[in-house]
Design a binder for this molecule. Structure first.
Ligand code: C5P
Length: 214
């Protein structure tokens, strides 16, 4: 079974994808990390993330980079969002994601285009979302807990800018895949969101298959 979990930044999709993977005993891939690694590699080499050639060259980043704590930062997320607009970068990262999705036994992948591009045949597609204000607040709490001072209004602006870039790029824009279950986590706590996702996936799996052409 392939489970595709898409959604904007700080919507809770990563937490949900991890929990679904643990619950259903499937391997999990956070595809955002791949784009973050490309962004970080460009920066390490003094390249320009907005330049398609520099960004493409960075797609051969060493796997060790995926373990770096710096990839979790807001700066890395922002760089990722800039390199991810280049079609050549998306193509270069496609095979790795596709192979992960197709492994025997299935997998859970989270990102922006899993249900639309990477695994459109996924048995379950979830689109996890939440309001910009709520997502900014969550990110702010997370950063504050790590002792990083950030301005909430600035965080809200960053998140809105990232959404805008992800939703309006020409190649593989962020959107709910046709047939995806939309899960709005704005008013849900962590455990409630996980429980709702597990229930939704369980219900989808026990539903009779849709007849062809229906
Ligand atoms: O999910 P995460 O916040 O780590 O993703 C960072 C950025 O990488 C996103 O803002 C998006 O621009 C890009 N991304 C993407 N496609 C994916 C995963 C991430 O374009 N499948």
């Amino acid at each position: 079974m392939i489970v595709a979990v898409d959604g904007p930044t700080a919507s809770g999709k990563g937490t949900i994808a991890k929990a679904l993977a643990a619950h259903f005993g499937l391997p999990h891939l956070d595809t955002g990390l791949l784009y973050r690694a490309v962004g970080r590699q460009v920066a390490l080499h003094g390249g320009d993330p907005d330049d398609p050639a520099d960004a493409l060259a960075a797609c051969t980043f060493p796997d060790a980079l995926l373990k770096e704590e710096t990839l979790r930062s807001e700066a890395a997320g922002s760089l990722a969002s800039r390199v991810s607009v280049h079609p050549a970068v998306r193509r270069a990262l496609y095979d790795r994601q596709r192979a992960f999705a197709l492994q025997p036994g299935g997998a859970v992948l989270d990102g922006r285009d899993i249900g639309t591009v990477i695994a459109p045949e996924a048995q379950v597609k979830l689109f996890v979302t939440a309001s910009v204000a709520e997502r900014a607040h969550r990110r702010w709490l997370e950063m504050s807990a790590r002792g990083i001072a950030v301005d909430l209004a600035a965080m809200e602006r960053d998140i809105a800018a990232r959404d805008d870039r992800d939703m309006n790029r020409a190649d593989a824009p962020l959107m709910a895949a046709p047939g995806a279950l939309v899960l709005d986590t704005t008013t849900l706590g962590r455990e409630e969101a996980i429980a709702a996702a597990i229930e939704a996936v369980g219900a989808r799996l026990s539903a009779p298959p849709t007849p062809p052409g229906a």
